[in-house]
Design a protein around this ligand. Structure first.
Ligand code: FAD
Length: 546
């Protein structure tokens, strides 16, 4: 056991040295510092039954990104005379064991609004305070403290972006400068009997058959985050003119947005530092775009969703969520699997889902396309199912932002124009008429002529043969007919909205079952067999899946 005052900095997110108030506080007036990361089996334990390599909760691409971020953090700590102590196990058990074993007077960790960490923190804070250990848990993952915004709004989160902006104002920390570097850290204390290791490799975590044809091009870590940030803000005009939702969702070699989201997710990049850099650029240009469309506006969307999520019980589900429309979504595992496994027969949708599986990142409008397709656009599958797939596979998977955007895209909350549906054919074509994005992510279609790349089922058999891609054998036929499916979805949404309005939001499980039954009965006649297939919107209606 060490003597003197020791501090423990528990890294969860916030995997950085710059602008890290918890690390700063832990290093002040401490003789020893224990920088700890816990490998949590809840997130990291290999699950051979999962639909793609990874654990049940995280795809391998994100696990790899996290390990890269830890290696980078360890290197930075070593340059400051310290190192990362990696431990394995249920985090609250591990941290409590460390606190018992080591002579720690201060426990520091960044405040986390995710329900998983909220529950862990209650346990740990309870143990620490009973043991007389000081706990320091600052808010530094977001620009604002969600609790303060909710308090300013009388205890409820603002549910529109504009009202959020009004309440938020300028972040309070802007009046002082952020601490960007540390010169030296206290040495690591004696670790006693605690089993401490270096950052493991994916193989050491048990991912032996981690072979993937294509890895994500994005490397984890603070160094990479700061490099990427510099590259973005160097393009002053680009920053000044940034306007979302403009931008090409099919641009994959040079994405149309910053791709800083995975670094913000793990806190390899401080959102406050990002914000400060953007403010500096804006001060030095004559004209710039404004929120909600500007880059600063994008960061504010992030805080908007964090605040809404923090202040809304059951934000991640339909039932018991007061801001979520109650909709009789279908429980259709076949459709869900076709969507998840990039087998919908719509190349634009399947290419995006392949990019998700391989890279763990897609452009915002690409996410819009597939989320709309799964839910209110074509398949009418529950948004929670799509949310789960994104949550597992995205490298920027973020509890508040992911749930918030799924609520939005499914017209369950925040956005209600369910008649505005993304076409799985013409939307992508507008940006990428040649289909280069599709050809890259779906090589089976690489030789399909431009005319048919978004609608390969319309290609005559001779052309399919020449392109070495027979539809129905090498690439699937469409699982739904967009034209009729989207009409049916709009009708169902209208009925669900009417029910929500009539019952002023108090829709019971039974009301939903009744509406679902009625909708099943009203369902447009199912096309029975090949002979009865008819032409709709110029293409063959495939059989409606049961
Ligand atoms: P940029 O356009 O460069 O924006 C900079 C930063 O602003 C982003 O890194 C992000 O932190 C924030 N931001 C941008 N758009 C949004 C938004 N709509 N909502 C909240 N914050 C935003 N983003 C996540 O970070 N994690 C998720 O799990 C996630 N799930 C999503 C699910 C769906 C269905 C949809 C439609 C969007 C989701 N997004 C999510 C939001 C958005 O698509 C990504 O943040 C963005 O595409 C990331 O790319 P970027 O860093 O290049 O963004």
């Amino acid at each position: 056991m060490s003597t003197g005052s020791g501090s423990l900095i528990w890294f969860r997110k916030g995997l950085r040295i710059h602008d890290n108030p918890a690390l700063m506080h832990a290093s002040k007036s401490s003789n020893f510092l224990y920088p700890v990361f816990v490998i949590d089996p809840h997130y990291m334990k290999p699950d051979p039954t999962a639909p793609s390599p990874g654990s049940s909760r995280a795809g391998l691409t994100r696990i790899r990104f996290l390990l890269e971020s830890l290696v980078d953090l360890d290197l930075s700590l070593k340059k400051l005379g310290s190192r990362l102590l990696v431990l394995k196990g249920e985090p609250s058990d591990v941290i409590v064991r460390c606190l018992k074993e080591w002579d720690v007077k201060k426990l520091c960790f960044e405040y986390d609004t995710d329900p998983y960490y909220q529950a862990l923190d209650v346990k740990i804070k309870g143990f620490a305070s009973a043991d007389g250990i000081e706990v320091f848990s600052p808010v530094s993952h977001t620009l604002f403290n969600p609790a303060e915004i909710i308090q300013k709004n009388g205890g409820r989160p603002p549910l529109s972006y504009q009202s959020f902006l009004k309440l938020a104002g300028e972040p309070s920390w802007m009046s002082s400068s952020l601490s960007m570097t540390l010169s030296l850290l206290p040495p690591v204390g004696n670790v006693g009997n605690c089993e401490v290791s270096e950052v493991p490799t994916v193989e050491e975590l048990g991912y032996e058959d981690a072979q993937q044809e294509e890895f994500s091009p994005f490397r984890g870590g603070e160094s990479e985050a700061l490099k990427r940030l510099r590259e973005s803000i160097e393009k002053k005009e680009w920053v000044a003119n940034f306007e979302k939702p403009k931008g090409d969702p099919s641009a994959f070699l040079k994405p149309a947005t910053t791709v800083l989201s995975p670094y913000l997710k793990f806190g390899c990049l401080s959102s406050r530092y990002f914000y400060t850099c953007l403010q500096d650029v804006q001060k030095n240009v004559k004209k710039h775009t404004l929120p909600p469309v500007s880059l600063v506006g994008q960061l504010l969307w992030r805080d908007f969703f964090y605040t809404a999520a923090y202040g809304t019980p059951n934000f991640n589900q339909m039932r018991g969520n007061r801001i979520c429309k109650q909709i009789p979504w279908k429980d259709d595992d076949k459709l869900l699997a076709a969507w998840r496994e990039a087998r919908t027969g719509y190349p634009w949708i399947d290419a995006i889902m392949t990019q998700l599986r391989k890279w763990g990142w897609m452009h915002h409008l690409a996410r819009h396309s597939v989320a709309c397709f799964l839910t209110r656009g074509d398949m009418f599958v529950h948004w929670e199912k799509g949310r789960d797939v994104f949550e597992r596979l995205l490298i920027d998977s973020d509890w508040a932002i992911n749930n918030g955007n799924w609520l939005w895209l499914s017209c369950s909350s925040f956005f209600y124009q369910y008649n505005r549906i993304y076409s799985p054919i013409s939307f992508g074509k507008k940006y990428d008429p040649n289909g280069d994005y599709i050809r890259h992510f779906l090589p089976v279609l690489k030789d399909m002529p431009k005319q048919y790349i978004y609608v390969p089922w319309r290609a005559p058999l001779s052309i399919q043969k020449k392109a070495k891609c027979i539809i129905g054998r090498d690439y699937p036929e469409p699982v739904v007919c967009h034209d009729s499916a989207s009409k049916e979805c709009k009708k169902k949404m209208a009925e669900a909205y009417a029910l929500n309005q009539k019952l002023t939001g108090l829709v019971s499980e039974e009301d939903l079952i009744n509406l679902r039954r009625k909708q099943e009965e009203d369902k447009m006649p199912v096309v029975k067999n090949k002979r009865q297939r008819k032409l709709t919107d110029g293409f063959i209606v495939p059989q409606t899946p049961s």
